[in-house]
Design a protein around this ligand. Structure first.
Ligand code: NDP
Length: 487
């Protein structure tokens, strides 16, 4: 069987590039090339801009309720094809089927559905000013670029296109070159649902293609998901044409477990927030601060459950709950952080090595790894690792642990486990993070705005406020009486 080659998706169909350049995409669980993708060369880039201009003209002329109806059709198709799309995500990312089957497509569809429902209800305002009055219109921005990371490829494409399209914009989306297929599938679904050609285009390639998008003067906004360092480059490049930016960046989020907490629940949260999607989740609580009175109980249960309940292997096996990391390079990076943890004096409670499960011997697996005896200034406690590596720290005093939790340039997420309702709110209000959980961790429904404090991001995704970030306000003053003029 020949290996498929995917072209860029422009103006409602696949379009061949002129350079002939392609890149290979590997299944992280097998190390095998599963398909090739054509790079968006200059010909494709120009075609994408022309296509989006035409798409924008058609789409923005439709009423919000017409757009909503079409997007809701796309939502139905996404849900009908859940299993086929979930499989694409498993093969591209290496994540377990048991997650993709119920999370990746579902949470993407939810967000499109949410914004499709919200857009027709978006209104401007009007106000009398003397006998005159003004009113405002919420108008779409034009062409918006989306640039995605590789951990939730289809979900990220949905989260960026949902509000953008609902508000009447056209989108040019660049997925990560590690995981390009999910966005192509979404593009096909939009066309099938009746979204006009040119409204959602997919360009493929590495950083250079992303860089082109961020610099292009015809693009009004960039919504970026990725690393802090790349985010800085994107923002600097977008500044050249004063584009609006949304930045969903990395984190090093704290989870605080007080001595009145339900310890088993806190262990569940810590495991979910470090080992789900093999640790490749931006909001992960990779710094776990446990009160000294429950520390021993916490780490005993954590070690037992991690060693007994985690099953690594072929991600398509429904029993498997720990998949492969995205690439060999990333596996090596995660292992190098583990080495650093050991050399800087942290103690391995469990894990710490590469894994070669019998059902996926060539995959890029890393054992679920837990460090104890961690200190705040260790590299593993300070830097985002983006793998299944948890650092556990001890605390005694509430004010002190809040200070330690906030002592970072990142501020994506935070969590608190306690049964004391006043302490829960008092503490969470002092934590410098945009996404917070009390006695819970990781849930991110379409209704809830998400985004980072400090260097973890700018702007928000999801929630009502995001729709405003995909529109611009036009104020219109209406004179009702004669103009008073000194001239
Ligand atoms: P990267 O920053 O490496 O890449 C993100 C995207 O940007 C990719 O599509 C990449 O292309 C592209 N890119 C690379 N260089 C440039 C450039 N100069 N200009 C424009 N685009 C560019 O992130 P990862 O893909 O490695 O994703 C992991 C990171 O994403 C982690 O830090 C994680 O925390 C963060 N993340 C944040 C989330 C949030 O909501 N806050 C959610 C998910 C992940 P290519 O990869 O093809 O080279």
């Amino acid at each position: 069987m020949t290996t498929p080659v995917y072209e860029n998706f422009i103006n409602g169909h696949f379009l061949k590039n002129q350079s002939g350049d392609t890149f290979a995409v590997k299944n992280p669980a097998t190390d095998e090339v599963i398909y090739y993708v054509e790079v968006a060369d200059e010909f494709i880039q120009n075609a994408a801009i022309e296509s989006a201009k035409q798409g924008f003209a058609a789409w923005s002329a439709m009423t919000p309720i017409e757009r909503s109806r079409i997007l809701l059709k796309a939502v139905s198709i996404l849900r009908e094809r859940n299993d086929e799309l979930a499989k694409v995500e498993v093969l591209d990312t290496g994540k377990p089927w048991q997650e993709a089957e119920c999370v990746d497509v579902e949470t993407g569809a939810d967000v499109i559905e949410y914004f499709a429902g919200l857009a027709p209800a978006q209104v401007g305002q009007q106000q009398m000013v003397g006998n005159d009055f003004y009113y405002t219109r919420k108008e779409p921005l034009g062409i918006c670029a989306g640039i995605g990371a590789w951990n939730y490829p289809l979900q990220i494409a949905c989260w960026k296109s949902g509000p953008a399209l609902a508000a009447g914009n056209a989108v040019i989306f660049k997925p990560s070159e590690e995981t390009p297929l999910g966005a192509i599938k979404l593009a096909e679904i939009f066309i099938e649902a009746g979204v006009p050609a040119g409204v959602f285009n997919v360009v493929q390639g590495a950083g250079e293609v992303g860089q082109w998008l961020t610099a292009n003067p015809d693009i009004e906004k960039v919504s970026f998901t990725g690393e802090v360092g790349t985010g800085k480059k994107v923002m600097a490049s977008a500044a050249g044409s004063l584009k609006d930016v949304t930045m969903e960046l990395g984190g090093k989020s704290p989870l605080l477990v007080f001595d009145d907490a339900d310890v088993s629940q806190a262990v569940s949260a810590a495991m979910l927030g470090n080992f789900y999607t093999q640790g490749e989740v931006c909001t992960n609580c990779t710094r776990i601060y446990v009160h000294k009175n429950v520390y021993q109980q916490f780490i005993d249960e954590l070690k037992t459950r991690t060693e007994q309940n985690i099953i690594a292997g072929d991600p398509m096996d429904p029993e498997v709950n720990l998949g492969a990391l995205i690439s060999k390079k990333h596996q090596e990076l995660v292992l190098s952080y583990i080495d650093k943890g050991i050399s800087e004096g942290a103690t391995l409670l469990t894990g710490g090595k590469a894994l070669s499960p019998a059902s996926a011997p060539n995959g890029y697996f890393v054992e679920p790894t837990i460090f104890v005896d961690c200190k705040d200034d260790m590299t593993i406690v300070k830097e985002e690792i983006f793998g299944p590596v948890m650092s556990v720290l001890v605390f005694d005093d509430e004010d002190d642990v809040i200070r330690r939790a906030n002592d970072t340039h990142l501020g994506l997420a935070a969590g608190v486990f306690t049964k004391d309702i006043q302490r829960a709110h008092r503490v969470i209000h002092q934590l410098q993070a945009g996404i917070c959980w009390i006695n819970s961790y990781g849930n991110s429904p379409a209704e809830m705005p998400v985004g980072g404090y400090k260097q973890s991001g700018i702007g928000r995704e999801n929630g009502i406020e995001t729709l405003d970030h995909y529109t611009q306000t036009k104020s219109i003053y209406v004179g009702m009486s004669n103009i008073e003029s000194p001239f």
